[in-house]
Design a protein. Structure first.
Length: 426
């Protein structure tokens, strides 16, 4: 259930050092399988890195117990507290974690700054990862020595304004009391959980009990793409996120390419929760075709000509052209919208320098899927040089409707797929 930030660095390190990465599975209750963890963490294990609170599931993991397990085999335990630091009181000595990290912006602080806590004896053993002014004890032409902690890890001019802002944010949260914040969140979480479960067609991903999770709710709505639902909620001044939430392996486990996520904090009150529930209830009460054709795919009021284009876009979404596979394709390429998880895979059969056949496959919102369907109709018979000349404006002209800034990447996903395929053929 790790955020990409607590996965990708270890993948890179494993490739560099020839290491093996094991993954503790998530069970049907949306919790880490502790029994499996006991089997997997062995004398060969050097490092265990785990999120304290999932940014998708809201699940709170047993850091203290995992630290005991890691230490019993001589391994180091790293806790990713990016999500939990804003919601829970944290005592690193009680958790006995070796390292703990979190980001400033989750704590009402500035972006671009975070915190690394580490046990002193381990930090003293670590070499710096950046070099320059401020982290030096003594420099000679032949060699240098490093400053004491924490300056050893703080090369160059620090982000002074961000550090001051983060300190102010932490002082503010402490003045409110993290225990008070946690208790308030539990009450709000229980209220939201009970109401979300009553909405037909809504599937929630995360623990059922408020005591096992934070106020983070990821869900899908039957028959409604997360992007479309997010845009409709946005029009009612309800801000949610839609996509894979930088946790693609977790969503893949549940056969999802995206989900809607609503997050609450201490500045939200019960009326905010009720407004979300009411908006979702109204949304699922509308017929799915009516939702799709209600105009949400366009960012503004449409002219008569644009209304015709809109109907064409909807037709290509509901009845896509040229969808399928070409097993022996000359060129093929798959693209993913990194913000939402929409996918487009294109297959081109090339004969004598021209596109003889085209197929595509993918999944996603109205805009991304209609875009590739429309583009596929244009490609047959084109030379590779002509296909390379297709521009972003051409794609937008094919769609023929205003596209909101949030959906531009969806609209151009088809073009990226085509360009990637053509580049392979060069």
């Amino acid at each position: 259930m790790e955020h990409h930030s607590n996965l990708v660095p270890w993948q890179v390190l494993a490739q560099e050092k020839g290491l093996a990465i094991k993954f503790i599975p998530v069970n049907e209750q949306f919790r880490l399988d502790f029994t499996k963890a006991k089997e997997m963490i062995t004398s060969k294990t050097k490092l265990v890195s785990v999120v304290q609170m999932s940014n998708v599931l809201g699940a709170v993991n047993p850091i203290k117990e995992l630290a005991e397990l890691a230490h019993s085999v001589g391994a180091v335990l790293i806790a990713d507290a990016a999500q939990s630091a804003a919601h829970l009181p944290i005592n690193v000595k009680d958790l006995d974690c070796d390292f703990l990290v979190f980001s400033g912006h989750k704590l009402c602080g500035p972006t671009g700054i975070g915190v690394l806590y580490g046990k002193k004896n381990l930090l003293e053993q670590l070499d710096p990862y950046q070099y320059g002014g401020g982290m030096i004890k003594e420099v000679a032409l032949e060699k240098s020595s490093w400053a004491d902690l924490p300056e050893k890890f703080e090369a160059g001019t620090p982000p002074i304004a961000e550090a001051v802002g983060l300190a102010a944010a932490i002082n503010y949260l402490q003045s409110l009391g993290m225990v008070n914040i946690e208790q308030y969140h539990r009450q709000l979480t229980q209220r939201v959980l009970e109401k979300l479960k009553s909405i037909p067609g809504l599937k929630l991903f995360g623990p059922d009990a408020s005591g096992q999770r934070g106020p983070i709710f990821s869900f899908t709505l039957e028959g409604i793409h997360p992007h479309d639902a997010g845009e409709l909620l946005d029009r009612q001044n309800i801000a949610v996120r839609a996509g894979h939430h930088c946790a693609q392996p977790l969503l893949n486990k549940f056969n999802l390419n995206g989900a809607i996520r609503a997050s609450f904090y201490f500045y939200n009150d019960p009326s905010d929760a009720d407004q979300l529930i009411q908006a979702l209830s109204n949304l699922v009460a509308v017929d799915r075709p009516e939702i799709t054709s209600s105009g949400l795919i366009a960012s503004s009021e449409l002219t008569e000509e644009q209304e015709i284009y809109k109907e064409n876009v909807l037709d290509h979404y509901q009845h896509p052209h040229n969808k399928g596979y070409l097993p022996a394709a000359t060129l093929a390429n798959k693209e993913v919208n990194q913000f939402c998880g929409d996918t487009v895979e294109i297959f081109l059969q090339i004969e004598e320098g021209r596109i003889d056949d085209i197929k595509w496959n993918g999944q996603g919102c109205v805009i991304s899927q209609a875009s590739i369907s429309l583009l596929s109709d244009q490609l047959g018979g084109l030379s590779l040089e002509e296909a390379e000349q297709i521009s972003e404006q051409k794609i937008l002209d094919l769609l023929g409707i205003p596209i909101s800034p949030a959906r531009i990447k969806c609209a151009l996903l088809s073009l990226r797929a085509l360009q990637g395929a053509l580049k392979i053929g060069q």
